[in-house]
Design a protein around this ligand. Sequence first.
Ligand SMILES: CC(=O)N[C@H]1[C@@H](OP(=O)(O)OP(=O)(O)OC[C@H]2O[C@@H](n3ccc(=O)[nH]c3=O)[C@H](O)[C@@H]2O)O[C@H](CO)[C@@H](O)[C@@H]1O[C@H](C)C(=O)N[C@@H](C)C(=O)N[C@H](CCC(=O)O)C(=O)O
Length: 516
Amino acid sequence: MADRPSDVFRPEHPTPRELGNLLAEFGDVRVVTGDVTGQLTGVTLASGDVRPGDLYVGIRGAHRHGAEFAADAVRAGAVAVMTDDEGAALAAASGVPILAVENPRARLGAISAWVYGTEENPAALYGVTGTNGKTSTVYLLKGILTQLGETAGLTSTAERHIGDRVVTSTLTTPEATEMHAMLARMREVGVTSVAVEVSAQALSRHRVDGLVHDVAGFTNLSHDHLDDYGDMEGYFAAKLPLFQPDRSRRAVVSLDSVWGARLVREAGVPVTTIASLDDAEADADWRVVVTDETPEYTAFTLTARDGRMLTTSVPLIGRHMAANAGLALVMLVEGGHPFERVADVVADGIDAYLPGRAERVSGDTGPTVYVDFGHSADAFRSTLEAVNRLTAGRTIMVMGASGDRDTTKRHEMGRVAADGSDVLIVTDHHPRFEDPQRVRSMLLEGVVDAEHAPDEVLEIVPPEAAIRAAIERARPGDTILWAGPGHLAYRDIRGEKVPFSARDEARAALREAGWV
Ligand SMILES: CC(=O)N[C@H]1[C@@H](OP(=O)(O)OP(=O)(O)OC[C@H]2O[C@@H](n3ccc(=O)[nH]c3=O)[C@H](O)[C@@H]2O)O[C@H](CO)[C@@H](O)[C@@H]1O[C@H](C)C(=O)N[C@@H](C)C(=O)N[C@H](CCC(=O)O)C(=O)O
């Protein structure tokens, strides 16, 4: 079978379900046409991903109605189509039974869980949400779980790990159809715990329906995605459902952002709290205190209110990474791992590799270069603070912002970037369909409002030229922070995914400059 991401999301030995039983199980699903006999072995939302035996679900999207692709799905082996009334008309000629339900997207989680038998999932689920630090926390969870001797799975913005298979992600949180298929596959390969990165969009769009997390974790909340949610209240409201009993059994909430205390008040499950910032709420149940910072690692202690304490480190820069690691550790303790055992396995440090998260791409000579995924003012602030503490020379920042996404955050991103850097190079990231010049101008307007003026502010495109300009200016002892592109292997330019890796580009530029 072709090695495409959707293949590893599938169980290899699915238990067939009778199509007729689906109707008995889900009383709101109606038969529009056809004879509902036959068996289902999968369910999918995308015609290109259909496998023989699938139920194809056609939903109305932002651009198309999925039912328009019912005939393609049937050619690929779909045995039935489920859609809404509008879709039923579009799919009428597909030649397989057509089922209708009022809001198919809202039923996807339950139906996928039924098809793949994941209602009773044997693996422990650890779900992480928040604006920044979600991806890092799920990688740290996986790292610590592995140190604890578990077979851990992971789903994140960067990658999905299913047993020893690693595939690159498209969405942060997969659609419910893929999520349940992936959990079924993980069960087949003996995964015992799964770290799940849960985006606000995933909660709003029913992508994690049918999942009950053993522990839900909250990192922080700051300005992002307001194009989707209007204001911070709306954004917070989108995250809140993860902390209700139908989605989680218990929660660990960081008090490092003001929204943490609010979440503690509004969560519907038992909550344990953690804090790492000096000015964060004083009476957290757990506290992270950074004891040492180097360009290679951040060491910290994690102390409980009752005096239990562990000492460990993360192979990453920044106090925010210690905060993420503390959250992961407490989530595991809340998930039932004895504290003493957790403390023991991490005593020599947490073993985790995070692709494109403050990832050091430089060698031992020349300037230090990190590539990071941070794309909010708050993320810039945390990483720049770490870089400035660790840099003897100058801090050179290369940054851009995504086109066709929340424009209101750009001003603050520009301001924070200028405040924290000695040389600032504004470049392009994913323009999508937006004029990249407009994106840069909005960032530069923020730069003008900064309290601290960098020695140099440059606007350089394309990003290949921007990183070379940064390296040209850098001397040993300086640090270059390239924020935004992270692990990604493409740039989205007018809807086309143009191959591009900031990590490879930075390494190539360092080689050209003779530093490696
Ligand atoms: C705004 C949004 O969420 N869009 C998602 C949506 O796309 P859409 O509504 O445009 O879909 P569409 O093109 O109209 O197609 C409608 C239906 O027809 C199907 N179709 C379409 C064409 C075809 O040939 N065959 C076919 O079956 C599609 O699979 C879909 O089910 O449904 C698609 C299929 O599942 C998603 O890939 C797509 O996510 C896009 C890529 C996206 O960028 N989403 C972002 C906003 C997002 O969800 N981000 C979050 C958070 C990131 C973060 O943490 O910062 C995430 O979890 O990734």
